[in-house]
Design a binder for this molecule. Structure first.
Ligand SMILES: Nc1nc2c(ncn2[C@@H]2O[C@H](COP(=O)(O)OP(=O)(O)OP(=O)(O)O)[C@@H](O)[C@H]2O)c(=O)[nH]1
Length: 383
């Protein structure tokens, strides 16, 4: 399929995505090598006061719920466990906690809950008075840290869509200061909190979740390295490796991420998914239309090109590059092919369990990619 309008703003869709964006790779899937048993999957906890927006975040990011529909979500009364296994890299469980959870309740087994946790996201409603939330945050993180000091503590200052830009920054500064002062008073200077301004009404929640998830992906440095090699050889300005279903980016090259580029790439993914779901199904409804031929090209009217390629069933690469760099599409496609193979190798290593093998194979795939890439003739990475 190919679409063009008179402004020269057009896109083409070759191949498409599966109609059913269900979760969980099936065991017969060759991309889903190294499926981790449920109990070993890293766990992400969503905690915070009642009505702070925990369930909405989970539904919007992982279940494609539209933000307006969250108005009708009922209060969560028990821990809801959600197994997110949509990618071999992004295999984790999200536990959504009820707002009124009581840590002093004898049935609350903190050893079990915090013991296997990778990240704890504490959601604070920025449109409400946050003093009570800060007290709860302090109690939660100190308790969790005692059980498991390796947990990554992430604070979502949420619902910021209702705040002016100045108010957002002031709120973040105030929450940051108070939370860290409380920790310093308790002698817990080593406990590190990361802060994000989020809303389900824009891309900020996807960006924040991307950063949380990236901290739990041991292969992140390898993926970044592979992306750096790809973009520097291909004249690409920015590349994101997306988890197709959630729009989380699991890695990007090491140039800084600006929100606009990320939004643009997210929008492209949405367009491709929508078009594919409507027009991409073949005659066989069981066949997966998102295959290695799947790609899409959007030419913007500012001499920039967005280029999407399927990496495997769960991952897509979305690149931003200048139109003149795209003249040598053959080289970009060749380099992409090498990149895809290198990613495949990183996947395969997961099945071969040992860390030593992992490290050796990662170095191997990076070196091989560096050797096999063709240069686009652009010596410096454009800015
Ligand atoms: N303006 C705005 N409202 C939001 C946002 N996220 C969630 N909400 C609203 O906040 C309300 C509470 O959301 P929930 O997701 O049910 O909150 P919760 O933390 O899961 O609540 P409990 O289950 O009671 O613990 C809903 O009406 C949502 O529509 C946001 O980013 N901005």
């Amino acid at each position: 399929m190919s679409y063009d309008d008179e402004d020269g703003y057009g896109y083409s869709v070759v191949g498409s995505f599966p109609k059913d964006f269900g979760y969980g790779p099936d065991d017969t899937d060759s991309d889903a090598v190294g499926i981790v048993p449920t109990e070993n999957k890293p766990r992400i906890l969503l905690m915070g006061l009642r009505r702070s927006g925990k369930s909405s975040i989970q539904k919007v990011v992982f279940h494609k719920m539209s933000p307006n529909e969250t108005l009708f979500l009922e209060s969560t009364n028990k821990i809801v466990k959600d197994d997110i296994s949509n990618s071999s890299f992004v295999q984790f469980q999200i536990w959504d906690f009820p707002g009124q959870i009581d840590f002093f309740d004898p049935t609350f087994d903190s050893e079990m809950i915090f013991g296997g946790t990778g990240a704890l996201i504490f959601v604070i409603d920025a449109q409400d008075d946050y003093m009570e939330a800060l007290a709860k945050l302090h109690m939660t993180v100190t308790r969790a840290y005692k059980v498991n000091p390796d947990i990554k503590f992430e604070v979502f200052i949420h619902k910021v869509d209702g705040l002016s830009d100045d108010h957002k920054i002031e709120t973040q500064r105030d929450i940051h200061q108070r939370a860290n002062d409380d920790l310093a008073d308790a002698g817990l200077e080593n406990l590190h909190l990361s802060f994000y301004l989020t809303s389900i009404y824009d891309h900020s929640i996807f960006e924040a979740f991307s950063k949380v998830v990236q901290k739990l992906i041991p292969q992140l440095p390898i993926l970044e390295n592979l992306l750096n090699i790809l973009i520097s050889n291909s004249g690409i300005e920015k590349a994101f490796l997306f988890d197709v279903v959630s729009k989380i980016y699991i890695a990007t090259d090491s140039s800084p991420v600006d929100m606009q580029s990320y939004e643009l790439c997210c929008d492209m993914l949405d367009v491709v998914i929508d078009i594919s779901c409507i027009y991409g199904m073949g005659e066989d409804p069981e066949a997966n239309p998102f295959d290695k031929e799947s790609s899409s090209l959007i030419k913007l009217n500012n001499a920039t090109v967005l280029y999407l390629r399927e990496v495997n069933k769960y991952l897509a690469l979305v690149c931003i590059l200048r139109e003149d760099s795209f003249e040598k599409q053959g080289i970009i496609d060749y380099n992409f092919h090498c990149f895809r193979q290198a990613i495949q190798e990183v996947f395969e290593v997961r099945t071969k369990a040992t860390t030593q093998q992992h490290g050796a194979a990662a170095m191997n795939s990076t070196a091989m990619l560096q050797d096999s890439m063709q240069s686009n003739g652009i010596s410096e990475r454009p800015h």
